[in-house]
Structure formats: C-alpha cells, structure tokens
Design a protein around this ligand. Structure first.
Ligand code: AHR
Length: 498
C-alpha cells in the first residue's frame, strides 16, 4: 500500500475576501414537489397552521440558509404574480407551460415571504421577463416594498400584510438565453428589457439589488457573448450577474467527475473576465458581482420533465450518492476560493426537486450532500483564505492531472474561529496530510467532522437514512503549528479551530 503525503499551508493574513453570507442560499420553484408537498403541504401531519412543513423548516434551519430565490426558474417566465396573492379561494388554477403542470396558486409571494421568515432567510424574488412586462415587474416591487398609500401597497395591506416585505434581492428574469424559456429573447432584446425593468424597480425602491440573467451554463452556444452583451447594456443598473450550472456523472467517469472543481473554477474565471472587460469598456466605477443562483448535481437533466397537467407531479427527484456529495463539497470550496467576485449562490433546489432533501407526506430523508452543505454553511465565516496545497496528483480523462486534495479555508478575525474544508478525491489512496499554520497557529482544534465511505455510489434511504452522514472524527493534537491527519479516500473533512 502506498503512503501518500500532502501539505496544506495556511496563513490567516493571506486572505482572499470576506465570505459573503449569501453564498449559502437556496432556490425554490413552482416545479414538481418543491413548493407543494415540499415547503407547503397542509395535508401533512407535519404541517403548521399555515400549511408549512415543520420538519422541512427544521432541516432547512439546520442548513442555515441565508437567502432563498423564488418563484422560478422556468416557471417564472409564464407567471403572473397577481395569481398568487389575495384570498386563496379566489386564486386561479392555471396551466404552467414550463413544467406542464397544474398550478393552483395556493402558495404565492406573501406565503413565500412568511416561509423565508420561518427559516430566517432573506427572500430573493424574480420578476417575469418572458410573458411579463416591465410594468408588472415594477408593480411587484411596489406591492412588496412600499409601506402604504399606493394602489399596490394598499393591495398588499388589504391582503393582510400591513408591513412592507422589504425584499432586497430581485432577479430580473430567469435563463433568458435559453430557447426553452417562455418568451426567450436574444441578448440585445433581453439586455434592453432588463435595463428598463431594473430602472423602474430601482426608482420605486433605490435600496434593492438586482440580478441580471447570465448564461445558463458554459455549454450554451451563446456563452460567453450573451454575458458580455447583456452586461454592456444593463451594467449600471445591476448588482449581480447570474450563473447557472448543473452537472452529473452520466458518463460514468468518476475520476473526472470528482475533479469537477476544475470546471466550476473555469466558469467563474470566464465570467469574472467578462465582468472586468465590461467594466473597463464602460469606464465604470460601478461593480457587478456574480450570483451563482442555480447550481446542483442533476442526474435526470434532459429527460422528459412534463407533469401531464397534474398538481405537484414527481419531477427530478434525484437520488444522490457519496460521489455527488464530494462534488457538492468542491462546489462550496470554489465558492470560498472565488469569494472576491462570487457574492450570492443558491442551490437548486432546496427540497424534492433536484434536492438532497426528500419528503414523503409523513417523513423526510436527508441525502449525503445535505450534510456537506450543512457543515460548510455553518462553519465558513469571516474571510476566505488563500490556501497553498501540495498534494499528489490524480489522473483524469477530462481534466488531466489534478491535485488529490481540493481545499478551502476560512478565518474569522473577530471570533478567531477558523475552518478548513478538504476533499480527498482519490478513489483509492488515503493521504497523510500535514496542516501547517504559517502564522499564528490556533490554540486548539474545536471540531473535526467527516463525510466519507468506501462505496462511491452509497446512498441514504428511508429504511437506512444514516449510510452517508457527517460523523465526528478524532483529529488528534496540534504539534506546534502543525496538525497531522490521515484523510481517507473519497472523503470530505472539516476541521474547526480557535
Ligand atoms: O431548477 C430547475 C430548472 O433548471 C429551472 O427552472 C431553470 O432555471 C433551470 O433550467
């Protein structure tokens, strides 16, 4: 058996940027069973008096979500927000063309804001740039954020919400580069429409922050020209530029799949380059940051996703394995490593649809990546550190040789708490790793956790929910400025220090 060695070098002064709390966000869409039977399920024994699932809320709180995006997704581009407000018995049933489902509108903007309050996350609302016009986008801002005394804010008050919702984050459309999008536009048409919508929205409430639709992945034929063009048009009225990205291991090439961080970083780098180019071209002093507001492993992507005009059909209820969890861990590592430009991220989606959380009417299942996200969202605080990694290489078909360890770290100067997040992507080799603090070593290790296993395809089921979970491990003692650990193959390890 080989004895592979690595070093991780940390310096609490070698920082990248403050970690934006909004990197730990989620996405909810009127798709499949995300809203109905996920978030909202009055028929469940776990529902509260508002119909919200208490067990789901508890799990989401465990995950410490900071922001939740809503109501879509592709659904957004055919949605009239007025259908989802006011007395429930008067809300229309409609066909949702995005997912060929029946939408009952029993859950809408106000219920969503209440749900966000229940999990202590900020709401991020989308305005429809497909079938919707800029007036309807502005009206929704007025409805949500004006305290009172206007037609739209008084309507909100009449609907039972006396206080304004003060929604700060607004997505100006969804995936408008995609021909699958209802009301899809070309880049110039979308850029102009988004600019005019954002102008009206910000005139109504200058404190809001807007998100422009970027490319729906790096395989889009219009990528990255789409990004350059829409940014050139709408730059001054936007705060964030969105990125969407889904991945899977349909090819059955686990070594390459476990090196997915390479792809994620490349995508961010190109987007960052585009932001810099546009800022320079416009001679602007304004900054636009990245909002990775849809990301996830999606195995069933591309398969038929029609709901046959039923309510809450089972769509994209993927089953996730240990290898998927290790990819999620790398995604989060990339968020930290790119925290100078990446300020918002929302996993798609938070329950049932493409999600690590799955409900039955009376039960809840946490899939392996649930535990990975929970560890990072609860522990990454303060600044992201620029970590130096010296590790053996793993050969991959798609990305050539990559380091066996994928690492990120954080340090909070105020609380003196540090955290280190390490994926060992080797499928066969444990790696003896020295973690070396090059300046001001912590006094102690305060926690050590691992999500790991021998079977890359291991899953959790309702019958065996604890096959892949996060477990406490013995980290041992610091020796001066060094902590030595043996990282098993196929593992994600988190070390917290103080
Ligand atoms: O999250 C599922 C779908 O994926 C969203 O509706 C859309 O934005 C993306 O294509």
């Amino acid at each position: 058996m080989s004895n592979q060695k690595a070093q991780i070098l940390l310096d609490i002064h070698r920082t990248i940027a403050p970690i934006s709390p909004l990197l730990f966000g989620g996405f909810t869409e009127h798709m499949g069973r995300c809203i109905y039977e996920g978030v909202y399920d009055p028929a469940s024994p776990h529902a509260d008096e508002r119909g919200l699932r208490k067990d789901v809320i508890a799990a989401l709180r465990e995950q410490a979500y900071t922001v939740i995006r809503y109501p879509g997704g592709n659904f957004l581009s055919g949605y009239n927000w007025l259908d989802g407000v006011g007395p429930k018995d008067q809300r229309p049933h409609r066909r949702d063309l995005a997912w060929q489902s029946l939408e009952t509108n029993q859950f809408g903007t106000n219920e969503f804001v209440e749900f966000c309050a229940a999990i202590d996350a900020a709401p991020m609302l989308g305005v429809n740039m497909g079938t919707g016009d800029i007036q309807s986008a502005a009206n929704l801002v007025d409805y949500c954020n004006t305290p009172g005394g206007t037609y739209w804010s008084d309507l909100r008050i009449k609907h039972g919400y006396a206080k304004p919702h003060n929604v700060r984050y607004w997505c100006v459309g969804n995936e408008m580069d995609g021909p699958w999008q209802i009301g899809h536009l070309d880049a110039v048409a979308y850029g102009n429409k988004a600019l005019e919508a954002a102008k009206m929205m910000k005139w109504l409430d200058p404190t809001i922050e807007t998100v422009l639709c970027g490319s729906s992945g790096d395989s889009m034929p219009t990528y990255p020209d789409w990004d350059r063009i829409v940014l050139e048009i709408a730059w001054e009225h936007m705060n964030y530029h969105s990125m969407h990205y889904y991945i899977n291991n349909k090819a059955g090439d686990t070594a390459s799949y476990l090196a997915s961080a390479v792809r994620f970083e490349h995508f961010v780098d190109t987007m960052e380059g585009t932001l810099r180019y546009v800022k320079a071209k416009r001679r602007s002093t304004h900054d636009v940051y990245l909002s990775w507001d849809e990301w996830q492993v999606w195995h069933s992507i591309g398969s038929a996703l029609g709901g046959q005009w039923t309510e809450a059909p089972h769509l994209a209820e993927d089953i996730y394995t240990l290898e998927d969890a290790l990819v999620v861990a790398q995604w989060l590592n990339v968020f930290l490593r790119k925290s100078h430009v990446l300020k918002v991220a929302c996993v798609a989606q938070i329950v049932n649809v493409i999600s690590w959380l799955h409900t039955r009417r009376d039960a809840l299942l946490k899939q392996p990546s649930f535990y990975v996200f929970k560890l990072v969202s609860n522990m990454a605080r303060g600044d992201a550190l620029d970590v130096l990694v010296k590790a053996p290489l793993v050969d991959t078909q798609k990305h050539g040789e990559v380091p066996a360890l994928d690492v990120s770290a954080s340090f909070d100067a105020e609380t003196q708490q540090g955290a280190l997040f390490v994926v060992n992507r080797s499928q066969t080799e444990a790696i003896s790793t020295d973690i070396i603090w090059q300046s001001e070593a912590p006094r102690q290790v305060t926690g050590a956790y691992q999500v790991a296993g021998a079977d890359v395809k291991a899953v959790n089921t309702y019958e065996h929910p604890d096959t892949v979970v996060s477990r406490q491990i013995a980290a041992g003692q610091m020796d001066g400025n060094t902590l030595s650990l043996r990282l098993p193959p196929l593992s994600f390890t988190v070390i917290s220090t103080r």
